[in-house]
Design a binder for this molecule. Structure first.
Ligand SMILES: [Zn+2]
Length: 140
């Protein structure tokens, strides 16, 4: 596992996973913890999870990316392995200003992983490559 998140955040995601496995439900105290740690990203991320907006895209060689359908209808590509998202908020508030740990899309990926809510999509190597390259050309 990559430790790009503070230990307290990883611990919280683990607790959410455990609670969800046992009760199919995320208890209120853990939801409050999410809001405390992730601030304004928490509620929109939970909405994305509720709407099943997170898709795990896998190629035959095992390369994996996540696509998250944002609230504006735009598709963002997230990499949980290197903790990166292609949305403008990630570039600005996370990378430039260090105001947030992550954007709502990556948080939605982590939460979907924790509670097993990812949609799964198998694609060819070429398709995965074009997904990754398409984001580059999509600027502006
Ligand atoms: Zn994002």
């Amino acid at each position: 596992m990559d430790s790009t998140l503070p230990a307290v955040a990883e611990e919280l995601l683990k607790e959410i996973k455990k609670a969800f496995q046992e009760t199919s439900h995320v208890p209120d105290d853990l939801l409050l913890g999410l809001k405390f740690i992730f601030g304004p990203s928490a509620v929109p991320a939970l909405d994305l999870v509720d709407q099943h907006s997170v898709t795990r895209v896998m190629s035959p060689s095992g390369r994996t990316a996540y696509q998250v359908l944002g609230s504006s209808g735009k598709l963002y590509t997230c990499y949980s392995s290197c903790h990166f998202c292609t949305c403008p908020a990630f570039g600005f508030t996370v990378l430039q200003k260090s105001e947030s740990l992550l954007c709502k899309h990556i948080l939605a990926v982590y939460l979907s992983q924790a509670i097993g809510a990812c949609q799964e999509l198998s694609v060819s190597e070429e398709q995965l490559t074009s997904i990754l390259l398409a984001e580059e050309e999509d600027e502006g």
